[in-house]
Design a binder for this molecule. Structure first.
Ligand code: SF4
Length: 166
């Protein structure tokens, strides 16, 4: 990892710790939004746009609405052409590049490498449920507050979810 990449991940790590503290303080708001769907929709619109602009620039965010950045070395796994959420497929090339887009380094190679620069490298082992397409385009920050991002289909348990929940 280049020093610049290391610094980038470290900066993200610190920023994420601040973000988590803010989200913790906003839990009462999350509970309110959960029981007031109209207010939740408004909050989603108000927060979603700045979130999209910021995260698009910083991470090439695809607005999946259930962010797992923190457990993937601050690397957006939705940029994997197969949208894999739990590690690479079997097609990673010997040089670490993607089998679908040979010019691109596999997102999971980047995520694994970068995870060691975070304070929670072990979170790479979290099992993430399949991506919920119903949340696509919504604010993951609001979904984190209302816990919409950890609601899963029957049969799925979120053991050590890879999103921002602690
Ligand atoms: S995991 Fe989802 S919300 Fe997070 S950066 Fe990627 S697309 Fe955006």
């Amino acid at each position: 990892m280049s020093p610049l990449e290391f610094l980038w991940v470290r900066l993200n790590t610190w920023a994420f710790q601040v973000f988590q503290a803010i989200m913790g303080a906003l839990r009462p708001l999350g509970r309110y939004l959960k029981s007031h769907p109209r207010a939740e929709r408004v909050a989603d619109r108000v927060v979603g746009l700045p979130e999209e602009v910021f995260k698009k620039v910083a991470y090439n965010c695809q607005m999946c609405g259930q962010c797992i950045l923190h457990s993937t070395g601050m690397t957006c796994s939705m940029n994997c052409p197969k949208n894999l959420r739990n590690g690479p497929c079997g097609g990673v090339r010997p040089n670490g590049h993607c089998e679908v887009k040979p010019e691109m380094t596999c997102i999971w190679v980047l995520a694994y490498r970068r995870s060691f620069a975070t304070a929670w490298a072990d979170h790479m082992h979290h099992i993430n449920p399949p991506v919920n397409r119903r949340l696509a385009g919504t604010s993951s920050w609001i979904n984190l507050l209302t816990e919409a991002d950890i609601r899963t289909q029957p049969g799925w348990q979120v053991e050590g979810s890879g999103n921002g929940h602690v």
